[in-house]
Design a protein around this ligand. Sequence first.
Ligand code: NAD
Length: 366
Amino acid sequence: MTSEFVYAQPVKIFFGAGKFARLGAVLEELGIERAVLCCGRHFAPEAEMLMAADGRIRAVFSRVEQNPQLSGIEETVRLCREQQAQAVIGIGGGSSLDTAKCAAAVAPNPGEALDYYEGRRALDAGSRLTILAVPTTAGTGSEVTQVSVVSHGKEKKTINNPAFMPSAAIVDPELTLGVPPRTTMNTGLDAMAHALEGYWSKNHQPIPDLMAVEAVRLILENLERAFRNGGDLEARSRLSYAALLGGLSFALPKTAASHACSYPLSEDYHLPHGEACAFTLDSLVRINADGRLEELCRRVGLAGTEELAERIRALKELGGLRSRLSELGEVDLPKLCRDCAAHPLMQNNPVPLDEEKLREMFEALR
Ligand code: NAD
């Protein structure tokens, strides 16, 4: 065990099937009288109904896209300012939560989201709207992190700032019942990547480590089940809990090589985030295999790291996720390796991976 660490987790979490019905009570507890709701198209009809039923929800932005664009954040900021909102409620996958988090951090301050994105202005955790995060996928863990991933044109940037930390999260597995099978697999493997990367990050810590082990166990036991039967509330509940634990596993230690590689894979080859993380995850289980990872495998009932890598590969195959370079179209391998190696998260990987080592890894995935 590490002899010294600093652990903090500031988000109040309301977890359980049906908990979303308590949205009004949570707004009351937070003292919110004027809020803007931000979501993706799948939730747009419900969002309109919520606004009609609760006068505290003053406006809805329901056009969040996957890999959310800065333009959606600007629009949510505009609504917040127009309505003098005290809070932003993000309901959806990571894209909606990240849009809500950014908008809340920018809205009460001078300037536009682009000024903060480009670093001309600095975010301030002491000056932001309240953030209430309600995930409808079991994947990103964004409801418990101070990370927001934003795209501007083709560029996709991770911004890590205390101003993005939600005040509260409602994690209701019933909201995930309608997630299509392929997105279930993508997001479930994203949660697996969070847990494994938090665990093997150079900055790993004892408390997140415990959560990582439990997240990996729950995902291995329930992801195939939820993929095959999306209406299985028990499997969905366990995955929502696992995704929450996954978020807590990496919130402080940060992620590593699989996330570093996911950025060029999303930007240049348009893989959804979870699929992009999963692309290299089984390879990295083999590369990062050490005594600690063997220990995790034993604790989740596996014989060892080889079995873990094989289970991840099989889940990708079951979900129809791309896992070979030949499935990505024309690949510029030197650029891919250069961009992966240069990503700051690569520094957290326990095994140093330079362009040459990454080339070896990707060559094996041709
Ligand atoms: P997503 O939010 O992009 O959603 C994927 C698709 O599923 C969308 O079309 C969405 O409308 C739909 N959807 C969501 N919930 C649904 C439901 N219940 N029923 C039917 N359809 C539903 O996907 P995601 O994987 O949750 O989030 C990915 C984004 O989050 C990426 O931008 C990624 O970089 C970011 N991310 C952020 C963090 C963080 O800590 N902030 C961590 C990991 C990933």
